[in-house]
Design a protein around this ligand. Structure first.
Ligand code: TYD
Length: 168
């Protein structure tokens, strides 16, 4: 297929970085507090595209892979206990610069330092219950997405409003 035809059917492929993806998870405290909808709404209204989502109770095995760099931290046992204590909602969001923008939207790890207007700054007060996870780098996001999702669980679809979101 000629590049013009590809761009006609899939205009987003012409925009650099538009296929960047990140992993966002509403942690057990966020689910218990019924914050899933409000958190998702922030990513939708910003203009990002949801390409995968599921609810699950995470195993210690999966979590230890997810948080592999934190295994020796003193808070790791309580983090493991809390993260496996109830269901979480895990999502993949796609769009230009989504990894960096999501980290800004989510706010500082410690809610006491998180700016008002961020998810953690608006919905949490203590580092041990900071409501949400967001991948911290493009490479980290790729690793986490592969860990949490099978390829067939992620949707490739076109937003019909991309003319309003990007300069094509
Ligand atoms: P980390 O990966 O450092 O932060 P972030 O989630 O912002 O990428 O830490 C993972 C989670 O571990 C963090 O969201 C909350 C928890 N945590 C604690 O409970 N106590 C701590 O002192 C730290 C640094 C993190």
């Amino acid at each position: 297929m000629a590049i013009y035809s590809l761009l006609f059917f899939y205009p987003c492929i012409g925009i650099p970085g538009v296929r960047e993806r990140t992993l966002i998870a509403v942690k057990p405290d966020g689910v218990q507090r019924r914050l899933v909808g409000q958190i998702m709404q922030r990513f939708e209204q910003r203009g990002f595209k949801l390409v995968g989502m599921k609810m699950l109770q995470v195993s210690e095995e999966l979590l230890s892979q997810h948080y592999q760099e934190l295994r020796r931290k003193p808070f790791y046992p309580s983090l493991l206990h809390y993260m496996t204590s109830g269901p979480i909602v895990v999502m993949v969001w796609e769009g230009h610069n989504v990894v960096r923008t999501s980290r800004i939207m989510v706010g500082d790890t410690n809610p006491a330092e998180a700016q008002a207007g961020t998810v953690r700054g608006d919905f949490s007060i203590h580092i041990s219950r900071n409501v949400v996870h967001a991948s911290d780098s493009v490479e980290g996001a790729q690793r986490e997405i592969q860990l949490w999702f099978h390829r067939k669980e992620l949707m490739d679809w076109d937003c019909y409003d991309h003319n309003s979101t990007y300069q094509l």
